[in-house]
Ligand binder design. Structure first.
Ligand code: ATP
Ligand code: MG
Length: 409
């Protein structure tokens, strides 16, 4: 019988990775919670139509990457490839426009895209995601960017670069897209098949191409950022000024094209040069037309998503210190129940405690204490003894309460 394996493009989280992920979750909660963002969750699958409408028919995600299936009632469902569409759906479904605006939300969880698996690119991956609904203020754009920058920095992500642009409003983009289409048609012979096929549907994607001929053509292409309406241009200036005040470095990059069709105004992406081909750590932008597109009241929106696996790949060591446990060694088999009780009492007192549970010899138990980096070992014998694993000092103690006093929480 062939051995069973995790499905292609998926992975198990094994120690010590599990701990790094939980610490990152805590970090996100701290940073986002401090800025007034509330945690929310949405289902892991949604009606397929939500993503077709909310992500956009012409995107790679909808065209190639969705895990779509039929349920027993014949409904078409899709494992969520991203969070924004579901957040907007929930905002409309629960009438959140009646709440004080803006509504600030964040979430964390698994997402699914049918892609060719490689380092940093999986079919099931994890995102942390923040969204702000109901405000046009440039301060929302700047706040979101700064919060992601803070999370990445505190997570220890190295070699980051922030690319920033503005796509204007849907209307100025339409005008610009016509201009760009005309330009692309003039140079059709030099473009890749893929770009040529998308001239009508999504000419902006031509800036994304790796194709040599296309890249040459695009170097002289008209640039959206020089065609913005005065309002949009002013909005973008304000976002940049707020980032400048905060001392965050960025590069304005007019070739930045985000995967979603409905981005408006600010778009951005953080990359890390530690990641090789899968450089994108996280990104997002404004989507002022999306909620209306999904049947809600006209509502501005803005948000980002960052990949947890890529953050951890690009992070040196990872956030925060490891907690060092106290190890409970059992000197005689007859004392296992006493040892169990001491472990319970230390844990109840808030001390990370690990108990001998493998029938090791005394020597084996000290080895194990070293292996797990214990800061102290309690030896449960005829007497109770406490050994400091750093100094090697050993002393007799009366009970678990005294151990607690000596090692602290
Ligand atoms: P890429 O250009 O790498 O395909 P993307 O533009 O499709 O990224 P987004 O939709 O912006 O990515 O998702 C936000 C973040 O989620 C990415 O920056 C990345 O960190 C992570 N991410 C996206 N797709 C995957 C994947 N298949 N595996 C792991 N992480 C991913
Ligand atoms: Mg992608």
């Amino acid at each position: 019988m062939s051995r069973l394996k995790a499905p292609r493009g998926t992975f198990d989280v094994l120690p010590p990775d599990g701990r790094r992920r939980l610490r990152l979750l805590q970090l996100a909660e701290e940073v986002l919670g401090r800025a007034g963002y509330e945690y929310f969750e949405s289902p892991v699958f949604e009606e397929t139509e939500l993503f077709a409408r909310g992500v956009g028919e012409s995107t790679d995600i909808v065209q190639k990457e969705m895990f779509t299936f039929e349920d027993k009632g014949g409904r078409s469902l899709t494992l969520r490839p991203e969070a924004t569409a579901a957040v907007c759906r929930a905002y409309v479904e629960h009438g959140m426009h009646k709440l004080a605006q803006p509504v600030k939300l964040w979430t964390w969880g698994p997402f699914f895209r049918h892609e060719a698996p490689q380092a940093g690119r999986y079919r099931q991956f994890t995102q942390v995601d923040a969204e702000v609904l109901g405000s046009q203020e440039p301060s929302v754009d700047a706040e979101l960017i700064l919060l992601l920058a803070e999370i990445l920095e505190q997570a220890g992500v190295e070699g980051t670069r922030l690319r920033l642009s503005s796509l204007g409003t849907a209307e100025s983009r339409r005008q610009y897209a016509d201009e760009l289409r005309a330009y692309l048609r003039e140079h059709e012979g030099d473009l890749s098949m893929e770009v040529r096929e998308r001239i009508d549907a999504n000419p902006l994607r031509a800036f994304d191409s790796d194709h040599e001929g296309t890249r040459t053509v695009m170097r002289s292409a008209p640039v959206l950022i020089e065609r913005l309406d005065p309002d949009d241009a002013e909005h973008f200036e304000e976002v940049k000024a707020l980032l400048d005040d905060a001392g965050l470095r960025y590069e304005v990059d007019h070739t930045l094209v985000r995967g979603l069709d409905y981005y408006t105004r600010t778009v951005f992406e953080f990359e890390s040069d530690r990641l090789g081909a899968q450089r994108g750590v996280g990104g997002g932008g404004r989507y002022d037309g999306l909620i209306e597109q999904l049947g809600g009241p006209p509502t501005p929106g803005n948000g980002w998503a960052a990949g947890i696996e890529r953050i951890l790949l690009a992070a040196h060591g990872g956030p925060a210190e490891d907690r060092r446990p106290v190890y409970i060694a059992v000197a005689k088999p007859g004392l296992r129940r006493d040892a169990f009780r001491v472990a319970r009492e230390l844990r109840a007192g808030g001390v990370a405690t690990e108990l001998e549970q493998a029938g090791r010899s005394m020597k084996g138990q000290f080895k194990q204490a070293d292996r797990i980096g214990a800061r102290a070992t309690v030896i449960v014998g005829d007497e109770l003894e406490l050994k400091d694993m750093d100094s090697g000092e050993q002393r007799q103690v009366a009970d678990a309460a005294e151990v607690l006093r000596l090692v602290g929480a």
